[in-house]
Design a protein around this ligand. Structure first.
Ligand SMILES: Cc1ncc(COP(=O)(O)O)c(C=O)c1O
Length: 549
C-alpha cells in the first residue's frame, strides 16, 4: 500500500468488482481511489491480465482515453500513472478471501476487468462499480484456460467462418454456391506446378534462408523494377508464407503500443486485427460507394496526428475492387510526406487482376515514397497459388530486416518448394504472361455479367469494380424487412444468413470489412454458377421486396 501513500492527497479510487457465481453474486473487491488529472472524458477501460516472469500482472489498456485533444505529455503521464496504479492496486489484492470459506486468486478473475473513468470538470475519477461475471479461468481439470489479452482483443475472421459453414452445408448435401472465399477458382498454371514438383524431385526440400532464396529474391527485384518501376536489392526483400504474413510482420515491426494505424474502410478483414495484435489502434476512415470506395485525401489529412504510424493502402482493393488512380495516390503521397512518423503499407496483391482502362501504380514509385513504403505482394491471387503460401515485402532495409527478424523467431523461411514454383511464376513474363491474362479475361467477363445483373436489380447500389474479383454491393434498402420464417433482416450478417438459408448462396457480410451496408460477392467461380447464384439471390429477395416496412 506504499503506492496509496505516495498518491495520498491526489488519488482516491473506488473499484468494485461484483462476481456472480452459480447464480450467487459476491461483492469481491471494493477500493476507492480518485485520480486528479485534467482533460479526460468518460471512458471505459479494460484491465488486461498478463504475466510477467510467471506472476500475474494487470495492465490498463487506456488507448481509448488517449484523446486527440490531449497534449502528448498528458497522454504520457496518463499512461504511466495508469499502469503503475493498476499494477500496484491489483498486486495488493492478488488473493481475495470471503469469510473462512472462499478465496479467489486474481488469476481467476475475469479478463478483462472493465472499469470506467469519469471526467468531472478537470478531474478524472476511476470510481464506477463494475459488474463482472465470475467466469473462472480454471476448467474442471484445474487447468488455467485463460487466453492472452492479444487473443481476446482479436476478432475471428468472418470470411473463414462463412466459407467453413458453406463447406459443411455442401458436405451435408445442400447445393450451396460458394461465393465467399477470396481465392481464384483456377488451377495453378501447369508450368508453375511442374516447377514445384521438380523441386521435390531434385531435393529442394530443406530449410530455405529466412528471408527467402536468393534466386527468388533476385527474381522479385527484377519484377519490381520491370513491372512497378521500383528498385530494390535482394536484402530489401523478405519472402514469407503468404502476403498475409508479410503484412502482419510489417505491422508488428513498426508499430508500438499507442500508435495508430490508418485503414480506409471497407478494408481487407485482417488489417484492423493485425493492428490490435501489435497493440496499436486501428483508425478506420470510411469511403463511399458513390466515390468508388476510394479514400478522400482530405479525410486522411484531417485524421493524421503524431500517433499515426501506418497507413494501409490496398489497390486493387479487397473487398471493393476499386483501384486508386495515380493522381489520387500522388495526392495521398503529398499528405504522407508531411508526416515524418507515418509509413505506408501498400498491399498490391491484386495488381494484375485489373480491368482496362484502370492501371496499377505502386505507391513506392511515387516521388519521395520509396523510403516510407513497405510494398507487399504475393503469388496467391495472380498465379492462383493460394495453397502454396508465398508472399513478400519489399522496402528500406532497416524495416524489412525487422520483418525478417520477427519471421526468424516465428516461422523461418517460406517453403523451399513453393519458392522454386515462385521463380517459375515470375518467369512467365510481364504480368504473368498468357497464363495470367487468360484468367483475368475470365474474371472480366464474370464482372461484366454481375455488374449488369445487379444494376438491373431493385433496391441495390453498386459501383463497378476495376480490379480484383469481388463486387461490394449495397443491399441496405432491404434492412428492416421481415422474412417469413426467418425474422427481421437488420444488417449484412442477417441478410447473408438469409441468402444462405433461402437462396443457398454463400456471401460475406460487409460488417467483416467495416461497412455493414454492403455484401461481398466473390466472382471466383464459373459463369454458369454465377448465373444460377444471381437467379437464387433475386428469388430470395422477392418476398422481402413485397413486404413494406
Ligand atoms: C488484400 C489482401 N492482402 C493479402 C491477402 C493474403 O494473401 P496470401 O494468400 O498471400 O496470404 C489477401 C487474401 O485474401 C488479400 O485479399
Amino acid at each position: 500500500m506504499t503506492f496509496i501513500k505516495f498518491v495520498k492527497g491526489i488519488v482516491l479510487m473506488d473499484l468494485v468488482i461484483l462476481v456472480e457465481s452459480i447464480g450467487v453474486v459476491y461483492d469481491l473487491v471494493k477500493m476507492a481511489l480518485m485520480w486528479i488529472v485534467s482533460g479526460f472524458l468518460s471512458e471505459e477501460i479494460d484491465l488486461l491480465k498478463g504475466k510477467v516472469m510467471g506472476a500475474p500482472f494487470w495492465n490498463a489498456n487506456c488507448n481509448r482515453c488517449r484523446k486527440k485533444e490531449n497534449t502528448v505529455e498528458m497522454n504520457r503521464q496518463f499512461d504511466r500513472l495508469m499502469v503503475i496504479l493498476m499494477t500496484e492496486m491489483l498486486a495488493a489484492i492478488s488473493t481475495i478471501t470471503f469469510g473462512d470459506q472462499y478465496s479467489i486468486s486474481l488469476s481467476a478473475l475475469p479478463n478483462p476487468i472493465r472499469v470506467r473513468i469519469m471526467q468531472k470538470g478537470n478531474k478524472v475519477e476511476l470510481n464506477k462499480r463494475v459488474k463482472a461475471k465470475a467466469k473462472t479461468d480454471f476448467d474442471d481439470t484445474g487447468i488455467d484456460i485463460s487466453l492472452s489479452h492479444k487473443v481476446n482483443a482479436v476478432k475471428p475472421s468472418k470470411t473463414v467462418a462463412i466459407s467453413d459453414h458453406a463447406a459443411t452445408l455442401l458436405q451435408a448435401g445442400v447445393p450451396v454456391i460458394r461465393l465467399a472465399a477470396g481465392e481464384p477458382d483456377f488451377d495453378t498454371p501447369a508450368v508453375i506446378a511442374e516447377a514445384g514438383m521438380n523441386a521435390i524431385r531434385e531435393g529442394y526440400t530443406r530449410y530455405s534462408p529466412n528471408a527467402g532464396t536468393l534466386e527468388l529474391r533476385q527474381a522479385i527485384c527484377y519484377k519490381l523494377k520491370e513491372e512497378n518501376g521500383i528498385t530494390y536489392t535482394p536484402d530489401e526483400i523478405v519472402v514469407s508464407n503468404g502476403a498475409k504474413q508479410s503484412v502482419v510482420q510489417a505491422v508488428l515491426a513498426v508499430c508500438s503500443p499507442g500508435d495508430e494505424v490508418i485503414i480506409p474502410a471497407p478494408f481487407y478483414t485482417s488489417y484492423p486485427e493485425m493492428a490490435r495484435l501489435a497493440d496499436a489502434t486501428p483508425v478506420i476512415l470510411p469511403t463511399h460507394i458513390s466515390n468508388n470506395f476510394v479514400l478522400d485525401p482530405k479525410l486522411l489529412e484531417a485524421n493524421l496526428t503524431e500517433r499515426s504510424r501506418l497507413l494501409i493502402l490496398c489497390s486493387p482493393c479487397n473487398p471493393t475492387g476499386s483501384v486508386y488512380s495515380k493522381k489520387l495516390l500522388e495526392e495521398i503521397a503529398q499528405i504522407v510526406a508531411k508526416h515524418p512518423r507515418l509509413l505506408v503499407i501498400s498491399d498490391e496483391i491484386y495488381e494484375h487482376i485489373i480491368y482496362a482502362p484502370a492501371t496499377h501504380t505502386s505507391f513506392a514509385s511515387l516521388p519521395g515514397m520509396w523510403d516510407k513504403t513497405l510494398t507487399v505482394n504475393g503469388f496467391s491471387k495472380t498465379f492462383a497459388m493460394t495453397g502454396w503460401r508465398l508472399g513478400y515485402v519489399a522496402g528500406p532495409k532497416h524495416f524489412v530486416a525487422a520483418c525478417g527478424k520477427i519471421q526468424s523467431q516465428f516461422t523461418s523461411g517460406a517453403s523451399s518448394i513453393s519458392q522454386k514454383a515462385g521463380v517459375a511464376a515470375l518467369g512467365l513474363g510481364y504480368a504473368g504472361g498468357e497464363a495470367v491474362s487468360t484468367m483475368v479475361k475470365a474474371f472480366k467477363e464474370r464482372r461484366d455479367f454481375l455488374v449488369e445483373s445487379f444494376r438491373k436489380m431493385d433496391g441495390v447500389k453498386i459501383s463497378e469494380p476495376q480490379g480484383a474479383f469481388y463486387l461490394f454491393i449495397d443491399f441496405s434498402s432491404y434492412y428492416g424487412r421481415e422474412a417469413e420464417g426467418f425474422g427481421i433482416i437488420d444488417d449484412s450478417d442477417s441478410l447473408c444468413r438469409y441468402l444462405l438459408d433461402k437462396g443457398q448462396v454463400a456471401l460475406v457480410p460487409g460488417s467483416a470489412f467495416g461497412d455493414d451496408t454492403c455484401i461481398r460477392i466473390s466472382y471466383a467461380d464459373s459463369l454458369i454458377n454465377l448465373k444460377i447464384a444471381v437467379e437464387r439471390i433475386k428469388k430470395a429477395l422477392i418476398p422481402l421486396s413485397s413486404v413494406s416496412l
